[in-house]
Design a protein around this ligand. Structure first.
Ligand code: DAH
Length: 344
């Protein structure tokens, strides 16, 4: 019994000390578990009672209860004190919090490369007498395909993995060419427009593909529009956009159902004179599809193909930007990371 009394005293002392040393609520919780927990030091004393005589139990029993009760009281007092102290510390910190120190000027963003390039391209074409056209991103199959001479079962539909919507005949536009017939229906020739915007393709994302990217489209309709007008326009545009004189262009036959003849137009590499990694050592860069507007497309737009002709071209705006600024991963353009975008 003597031993047990000593043990109770020692535990009490150790407990008082541990409580005193607890400076945070986390410390205090550890002390509570160590002494007052279900398997704590005080709980472990209880089974020892049964080995004592009845007389001894009469003394030790209340002593143990007393130990437990006072330990709990001490714990609660300390807990209250620590909560009050944490509150005071928080108040003191709040006092130093200066809402006027927020300076919006320090965290301004920058214009996204898409915005910068779009403005630049629009200005180049505005200076050539073009105006800006616009069309919807949620589009009918008619404007995205049929009106462009791409019939229901035309294999070219497979070339552009389309997002079909749950609404019959509606898609996310796969190309800015959707503005062609919309523009023809609204304007009388002669006219010259460009349209920049987002297009969507149902394909997996990697360094050079994303389900959304940007294109821009040009359309000129008049009485004597020819391929040489298209080629001259492309050369002028390249020189202004890449800020380099004497760029050469070359044209190869290309198939797009809405132009006849159709061309793929390449530009001499603006970054080197005898081969580099950007032009894959070929000194040429493939950039744009174009051609003379197909008579069927003019008809869909309500324009008489025996009187008028036109040219159209379509660029990957995303690709143009990646090329100009040597960006090798499309995801950098699309993930909105301020640190990356601020460089431009
Ligand atoms: N819409 C085509 C595409 O997404 C690009 C294109 C090619 C546009 C030829 C044109 C054109 O206006 O004449 O691949």
């Amino acid at each position: 019994m003597k031993q047990l009394t000593l043990k109770i005293e020692r535990i009490d002392q150790a407990y008082q000390q541990a409580i005193k040393d607890s400076t945070t609520l986390e410390n205090l919780e550890l002390v509570r578990i160590q002494f007052l927990g279900r398997k704590g030091e005080i709980a472990q004393l209880m089974p020892l009672l049964k080995d004592l005589s009845t007389d001894e139990k009469r003394i030790i029993g209340p002593a143990l209860n007393q130990l437990k009760q006072s330990a709990e009281d001490t714990y609660l007092l300390k807990k209250e004190a620590l909560i009050a102290q944490a509150f005071e510390q928080q108040e003191a910190r709040n006092k130093d919090f200066d809402i006027t120190s927020y300076s919006p000027l320090k965290s301004t963003g920058s214009l996204h490369l898409y915005t910068q390039a779009t403005e630049k391209i629009e200005n180049i074409f505005l200076s050539m007498g073009y105006s800006i056209a616009d069309g919807p991103e949620v589009e009918t199959e008619f404007y995205n395909f049929e009106s462009l001479n791409i019939g229901k079962n035309h294999p070219a539909r497979d070339m552009q993995d389309t997002f079909f919507l749950n609404i019959p005949n509606m898609v996310l536009r796969t190309q800015t060419s959707n503005v062609q017939v919309r523009t023809m229906q609204k304007r009388k020739p002669p006219f010259a427009v460009i349209c920049t915007g987002k297009v969507y393709r149902n394909e997996a994302t990697d360094a050079s593909h994303d389900y959304m990217f940007r294109q821009f489209e040009g359309l000129v309709v008049g009485e004597t529009i020819s391929l040489s007008n298209l080629l001259a326009t492309m050369r002028l545009f390249f020189e202004k956009f890449f800020e380099k004189k004497n760029l050469k262009i070359r044209a190869r036959p290309g198939y797009f159902p809405f132009v006849e003849p159709g061309l793929e137009i390449d530009m001499s590499c603006p970054f080197c004179s005898n081969g580099c990694s950007t032009c894959k050592q070929s000194c040429w860069i493939e950039l744009v599809g174009g051609g003379l507007v197909h008579p069927n497309v003019l008809k869909h737009g309500g324009i008489d193909p025996t009187r008028y002709s036109g040219f159209a071209f379509g660029f990957g705006l995303t690709r143009l930007i990646m090329l100009k600024y040597s960006i090798n991963d499309i995801r950098l353009l699309h993930n909105g990371q301020k640190e990356f975008l601020e460089q431009f």
